[in-house]
Design a protein around this ligand. Structure first.
Ligand code: ADE
Length: 245
């Protein structure tokens, strides 16, 4: 997977991608992250990338020319997706992350300041994506969130041990609680079932915990899971949990 990021702040992307698991993914060649700066494509001697809005109003608007030319300079794969980061887009989630992980290339277009000239969206035929209902100062952090999440869903990115298959949301439920040594700390104890070595009991407890945690924290996810669940074992456990709650 190649991530190409159009940004006025390439250091934000390159710095963040030089640590931990993302850096390992780059080193191993599973992912590639490139940055393209529209400021390098300006024709203006002051390297201007924004201007005042037609019709008046506060703030500046990112201009077409540097963005069009920067976008054109990127080699596009036939199987590429172009994403413009904006709080007005469809909201990113695990399902979209898994869908995008199947692509060969994703081009992210990050904005800053007040916004883009609308024609940048039209020209790049970009899909508009938001990472949540709040406004950030630019698209770099959203692009990084998406790169991180999408990468985790790419075959070979995570080791087998931390496979994305076991993630929260991978089957629409949150995760069960985890514990490590010692058995007791400051009077707080590890649940007995985890200490016994009965793997069937442990698996059952963990599945029930997933239902309980999801029910308590995210009733929307729980209701959705319950509606679509057709696994007999899960249905039995779900009913047990609902009686206990
Ligand atoms: N740019 C500013 N806020 C954003 C958000 N919530 N998602 C994506 N891009 C953004």
């Amino acid at each position: 997977m190649r991530f190409d990021v159009v940004t006025l702040f390439p250091d934000m992307i390159n710095q963040a991608c030089s640590h931990s698991i993302i850096a390992r993914g780059i080193d191993s060649g599973v992912i590639e992250v490139n940055t393209f700066n529209p400021r390098d494509y300006t024709k203006d001697k002051h390297k201007k990338v924004d201007d005042t809005p037609f019709g008046g109003g506060a703030g500046m608007v990112l201009m077409c020319q540097p963005y069009f030319d920067c976008f054109d300079a990127i080699d596009k794969d036939a199987d590429s997706e172009v994403i413009i980061l904006s709080p007005q887009g469809e909201v990113f989630n695990q399902q979209l992350s898994m869908e995008l992980a199947k692509k060969k290339q994703i081009v992210f277009i990050c904005g800053h300041y007040e916004g883009f000239d609308e024609r940048i969206k039209q020209y790049t035929k970009a899909r508009e994506v938001s990472i949540g209902d709040y406004v950030l100062t630019g698209g770099e952090l959203p692009a990084l969130c998406m790169i991180d999440s999408i990468s985790r869903n790419i075959e070979g990115f995570l080791g087998k041990m931390d496979s994305a298959h076991f993630d929260s949301f991978s089957d629409g439920l949150l995760e069960y609680p985890q514990y490590t040594k010692p058995r007791e700390y400051c009077g707080l104890e590890v649940p007995e079932v985890l200490l016994g070595g009965n793997h069937q009991e442990i698996a059952k407890w963990r599945r029930k915990q997933q239902f309980i945690v999801t029910y308590k924290k995210r009733r929307d996810l729980f209701d959705n899971f319950k509606k679509n669940c057709n696994n007999k074992y899960d249905i039995k456990l779900l009913n047990e949990v609902l009686k206990e709650l």
